[in-house]
Ligand binder design. Structure first.
Ligand code: ADP
Ligand code: ASP
Ligand code: MG
Length: 437
């Protein structure tokens, strides 16, 4: 069985939704994971924020604008009276739900329910569309099987069991449709896998059903060797190892959700990144196969990084110091991305800053602490293991005109990371691209 995930732009219009049919193999059993129609989740974020900030009028206005967009879309997608009527009722129901939520005391739980409406809408519309044109499919509600634990980590065993139980009820069916991004948390409430999370859903489902392949369909021919939104002349990469793809996704390549490689990697399921606009294209295949040694594969950047520098003479010749520093981050469930140390100081980076004040307060008991915000990690990914040499030199030479805040090399065989002020990001990406490729 295969898993096919279609991103927001791939379901961005009636024409595109109808076009998906040409990509499916109607004779094969497959699970289709859909994102919300492009722009929808951004709009829902704004609506949720407006209600959270007690700006009810603005929130309702934005709700109405979004609803109009859907009314337009269904008029283009559905051709029968019955189909259009069904879709109209669906849209009324979901938008009424958003309005009803705004009448209640509004908190982050209500906000998450609002954020879930995009995927609920796109999947139901696709299901009705297939029905209208006479293609049978099964709509599997992700909220019935996609679940996270108290650390907001997906519970693969739960997904495996609950999705499996549902699939066996339909032994003859070929096309299953489900929502990306949304899930239930450990309290059973509606939650999500964070922005871009539909890729993660697809990978989790692929791992849960031991799929033969996971296809991520988007608006570009696979993973490029640099961010195509910033750098000109980027080129697609035909093959990446799981480790290389995981580094790129984690360090900012937007085409893949940061955590989406791991479930597939765990079960050795190939992931293919493909372009809905060019279905015949090669795209990128991510698998356990290692690429050529000593190759620089790609560059990515992760913004909104905060660097924390702890200076303490107590670190000199001492053991246990770093453990105590790390424990502070562990207590506040804050992941560390990069780390560099010297004899009397340690610098760390984080991107989750909701507990920054408390973390700094605790770290101050060890020594002096300084914080730099608006930093960017630029990550060069390739295979630098074994006896390869000269790569760090080439990377540093390409950015020698820029002030670097931290350098990390040797943590894995796959990446060289640099931290610099975000104002230098564009120049760093372009200069590295020109010098490395
Ligand atoms: P979807 O809605 O299908 O999930 P996304 O917008 O999340 O699509 O991801 C695809 C986009 O990621 C591309 O259009 C591209 O602009 C951006 N992107 C950033 N870095 C890369 C990269 N290294 N390779 C390919 N695309 C990238
Ligand atoms: N719709 C969600 C988002 O925009 C999830 C996704 O597209 O993957 O973040
Ligand atoms: Mg995405």
């Amino acid at each position: 069985m295969k898993v096919l995930k279609f991103g927001g732009t791939s379901v961005g219009s009636a024409e595109k939704i109808a076009g998906l049919l040409h990509i499916l193999d109607k004779q094969e059993r497959q699970i289709i994971v859909l994102s919300a129609v492009s722009g929808t989740t951004n709009a829902l974020v704004e609506i949720g924020q407006a209600f959270l900030n007690a700006q009810k009028k603005e929130g309702l206005e934005k709700t109405n604008v979004l609803k109009e967009k859907y009314i337009q879309l269904i008029q283009e997608l559905f051709t029968t009276e019955e189909g259009l009527e069904q879709a109209t009722q669906l849209i009324k129901h979901h938008f009424q739900h958003i309005e009803d939520l705004s009448l209640r005391p509004f908190g982050t739980n209500e906000e998450k329910v609002i954020l879930a409406q995009g995927e609920l809408l796109s999947t139901a519309l696709f299901y009705y569309h297939l029905k209208e044109i006479g293609i049978e499919s099964v709509l599997l509600p992700a909220l019935d099987f996609m679940k996270t634990d108290e650390n907001q980590e997906p519970i693969l065993s739960y997904i495996e069991q609950n999705l499996g139980e549902r699939l066996v009820q339909y032994p003859e069916n070929k096309i299953f449709i489900t929502q990306g991004y949304i899930c239930r948390n450990n309290f059973g409430e509606i939650d999500n896998l964070r922005r871009g999370g539909s890729d993660y859903t697809a990978s989790l489902i692929g791992a849960a059903i031991k799929a033969e392949e996971i296809q991520i369909w988007t608006d570009i021919d696979g993973m490029h060797n640099n961010d195509p939104r910033i750098v000109a002349n980027t080129t697609p990469i035909t093959h990446l190892s799981f480790n290389e793809a995981a580094e790129l996704a984690y360090f900012g390549a937007k085409i893949l959700h940061p955590q989406s490689v791991f479930p597939a990697q765990k079960h050795n399921i190939p992931v293919r990144l493909l372009n809905t606009g060019n279905p015949q294209g090669k795209g990128t295949t991510i698998s356990g196969e290692m690429g050529e040694k000593g190759m620089i594969r790609a560059i990515a950047a992760k913004d909104n990084i905060t660097a924390i520098h702890v200076h303490s003479t107590r670190m000199l010749m001492a053991y246990g110091f770093l453990r105590r520093v790390f424990e502070v981050f562990e207590r506040y469930k804050t992941p560390i991305d990069m780390i560099t140390t010297s004899e009397v100081a340690v610098s760390l980076t984080i991107d989750e800053i909701s507990h920054l004040d408390k973390i700094v307060e605790e770290l101050e008991s060890f020594g002096s602490v300084s914080v730099d915000r608006d930093q960017t990690i630029v990550c060069v990914v390739g295979d630098f293991g074994g006896n390869t040499h000269g790569y760090a030199y080439r990377v540093l030479d390409a950015v020698k005109h820029l002030p670097l805040r931290m350098i990390s090399y040797g943590g894995s065989d796959y990446n060289i990371s640099l931290l610099l002020d975000s104002m230098h990001k564009v120049e760093a990406l372009r200069s590295l691209h020109n010098r490395l490729f």
